[in-house]
Design a protein around this ligand. Structure first.
Ligand SMILES: *[C@@H]1O[C@H](CO)[C@@H](O)[C@H](O)[C@H]1NC(C)=O
Length: 216
């Protein structure tokens, strides 16, 4: 009885795994170091010859260094994805160091291909995500606290404190992708037409033009 139940659970787990198409596919070989010179377009990046792989293909130094937060937002993200760490290719994982000056903001954005789990190492952050029915899940995090942002949800982190803050995050894709909501709306090239933006935001053309000018 108990064994049958466990078997059913395992079968369900395996099924849900094979159907979770929103995540990076599982690797079919031990290593597939991204070959940045390959002209072949595949889902992911083509592998370089495994006989030519070296330890350095799986190595990325320097995450002890703070990012430069001297910018309008007061934050800096160092995302270590497959572009920076070729050994991540096909492994479905990446990571980031995020630095926040006092009152620095990592503005509302989504990762279309990854869930993100974040831990605060220094300072305090107000973080949150918004679901598809516009429900906000938000919380203040202190040193040592962890929070998860589910795949695709719009989320943010804000350092409301007077000291620097530092967080590290793990992401469930070799290439999570980042869409910043404001940049997508107001910083696209070419710009989205005023007709679309005035109606979307229920403001006049002057306001739209002003906001667009901030993203040039
Ligand atoms: C940080 O960025 C600012 C603005 O781009 C620049 O002026 C400054 O030199 C940078 N600081 C460091 C330490 O790189």
């Amino acid at each position: 009885m108990e064994a049958a139940r466990i078997f059913l659970l395992i079968a369900l787990f395996a099924l849900s795994f094979s159907f979770s198409l929103g995540y990076d596919p599982s690797p079919l070989q031990d290593i597939c170091v991204a070959d940045k010179y390959s002209q072949v377009f595949v889902n992911g990046v083509a592998c370089k010859n495994p006989n030519q792989a070296t330890a350095d293909d799986f190595y990325f130094p320097g995450l002890d260094n703070p990012g430069n937060t001297s910018n309008k937002l007061g934050s800096a993200v160092n995302l270590v994805n497959v572009e920076k760490l070729p050994g991540l290719n096909t492994l479905g994982i990446s990571m980031a160091r995020i630095d926040y000056a006092p009152y620095g903001l990592n503005p509302p954005h989504t990762h279309p291909r990854a869930t993100e789990i974040l831990v605060v190492l220094e300072g305090s952050l107000y973080v949150g995500f918004v679901t598809t029915d516009n429900k906000l899940f938000a919380k203040v995090l202190n040193k040592g606290d962890t929070f998860v942002f589910p795949i695709g949800m719009v989320h943010f982190q804000y350092n409301y404190g007077t000291t620097n803050a530092v967080a590290f995050a793990g992401l469930s894709s070799q290439n999570p992708g980042t869409i910043r909501v404001a940049n997508a709306l107001f910083g696209s090239k070419p710009p989205i037409s005023d007709d679309v933006l005035t109606k979307t935001l229920m403001v006049d053309k002057k306001t739209v033009d002003y906001i667009q000018s901030q993203f040039q």
